[in-house]
Design a protein around this ligand. Structure first.
Ligand code: ZN
Length: 431
């Protein structure tokens, strides 16, 4: 199957555009609406977990919803309006309706003096307060007046909503792909991870797979804690995993290793990035970041890393109104799609073989193997790949190891192994 990456990037971007206006949070209708749109692409199962449910050391919070919010001046003019940008409301604000002075209003305003044109994204999930977020320039211009503040929100017992999509492969062992779904109108952090997961799921569902794949669309932190708690008996099936976040900006790829540090997923991602021809960065596991914090907590210690382009906190637009549809571009989403598929290709095909002619090199010429190697240009590299695979296939080494040792990209190592298999020079080892 040939993939038109431009087309996929465009489709991912289109889905991002559709999801962008929705006011998401860790609970509430924004997540449901998001999952309903995702359902147009993949048949995701929606789970609802009641508020108050105990999940390890945490409690599923009350559900937050919002319909309208504004600040009006004494002339009745809306000077801050949630309808214009949902970042204007402190996410999880409790309802309020009153008239206040400028002084009191300022106690509830959040701005970003370093970037005076941008609206910051702020939340208050566990402290019941209300507030508005505005650009610092607007803040400076506010006049003494009597202001009417109105937030029509609700914070009541309800549910935490998350989505799950499972693709059955040959094996029960699973690859987990996790994306958070709790950010409102923010593209790189968060929509890029969501659209990547959706299109990976869509693509993989059309293939025959060795592993089963599980996609999670969950609110950050509380969502992964909830999912791990409710699915604890099945956790041992997860063999590999990736948290997908910040995957649509122009920066270089960054991979944060799992807590295990040298898991197959870690080696697979590093191998793909090393062979990508582009600059990249590998970072060791640290106990802050996205949901890998929970998957890699010591009681689970799953082989789950985090694939990003520019990490959270390292780009100036992070958690501001400038993390928008301009910052993220279709071609970068397409790059992320391509990298992730190459990683899965390794996981799916990372086998071990035994050389059936191990005493000295087999004579390749008489088997027509030199002629099979195509044009002059890639003949040399294919020949090298053949020699590497033959030499290291002693039953102990995986194709990923051979690719790492030889510096030859995995796809070619895999192709060559298949050729040698056809010529009875290799035998696959049982797993
Ligand atoms: Zn974030």
């Amino acid at each position: 199957m040939t993939i038109n990456y431009n087309e996929v990037g465009g489709e991912m971007y289109q889905l991002m555009t559709e999801l962008f206006p929705i006011c998401r949070s860790i609970t509430g209708n924004g997540v449901r609406e998001t999952l309903n749109i995702i359902k147009k692409h993949i048949p995701v199962t929606v789970h609802e977990v009641p508020s108050g449910t105990q999940v390890f050391d945490w409690t599923v919070p009350k559900e937050w919803n919002i319909t309208e919010a504004y600040v009006k001046n004494s002339k009745g003019k809306k000077i801050i309006d949630f309808m214009e940008n949902n970042l204007h409301v402190l996410n999880y604000s409790v309802p309020v309706k009153k008239k206040i002075s400028l002084g009191e209003l300022k106690e509830h305003l959040f701005t970003l003096p370093e970037y005076p044109d941008w609206i910051p994204y702020r939340t208050s999930y566990y402290k019941e307060i209300w507030g508005f977020c505005i650009s610092h320039n607007q803040f400076i211009d506010l006049k003494e007046d009597e202001y009417e503040v109105f937030i029509d929100s609700s914070l009541e017992n309800g549910c935490l909503t998350y989505g799950e999509y499972y693709i059955k492969g040959e094996k029960k062992e699973e690859v987990l792909i996790s994306a958070h779904v709790c950010h409102p109108s923010l593209c790189n952090d968060n929509l890029s991870g969501i659209v990547l997961a959706v299109f990976l799921a869509k693509h993989l569902s059309q293939k025959s797979l060795k592993y089963s794949y599980r996609f999670l669309f969950i609110p950050g932190t509380i969502g992964s804690i909830t999912w791990l708690c409710l699915n604890e008996s099945n956790i041992s099936k997860i063999k590999h995993g990736l948290v997908a976040a910040c995957l649509g900006d122009s920066g270089k790829f960054t991979y944060k290793k799992s807590r295990q540090g040298n898991a197959e997923i870690d080696r697979a991602v590093i191998n793909v990035l090393r062979n990508s021809g582009n600059d990249y960065k590998i970072i060791d596991f640290i106990p802050f970041g996205y949901d890998e914090r929970q998957y890699c907590s010591p009681g689970f210690n799953l082989a789950v890393g985090c694939l990003m382009k520019t990490p959270h906190g390292y780009y100036q637009e992070y958690h501001t109104s400038a993390d928008n549809l301009v910052l993220v571009r279709p071609e970068y989403l397409a790059d992320s799609f391509s990298i992730a598929l190459s990683v899965f290709d390794i996981l799916e095909n990372n086998k071990k073989y035994i050389n059936l002619n191990p005493k000295c090199e087999p004579q390749l010429g008489k088997r027509g193997l030199y002629q099979m190697m195509g044009g002059q240009k890639d003949k040399k590299i294919k020949e090298l790949a053949l020699l590497w695979v033959l030499n290291l296939s002693d039953g102990n080494n995986t194709l990923l190891y051979i690719s790492d040792q030889s510096g030859i990209e995995f796809a070619l190592i895999k192709d060559v192994a298949n050729i040698l298999l056809k010529h009875d020079l290799l035998k696959e080892c049982p797993e």
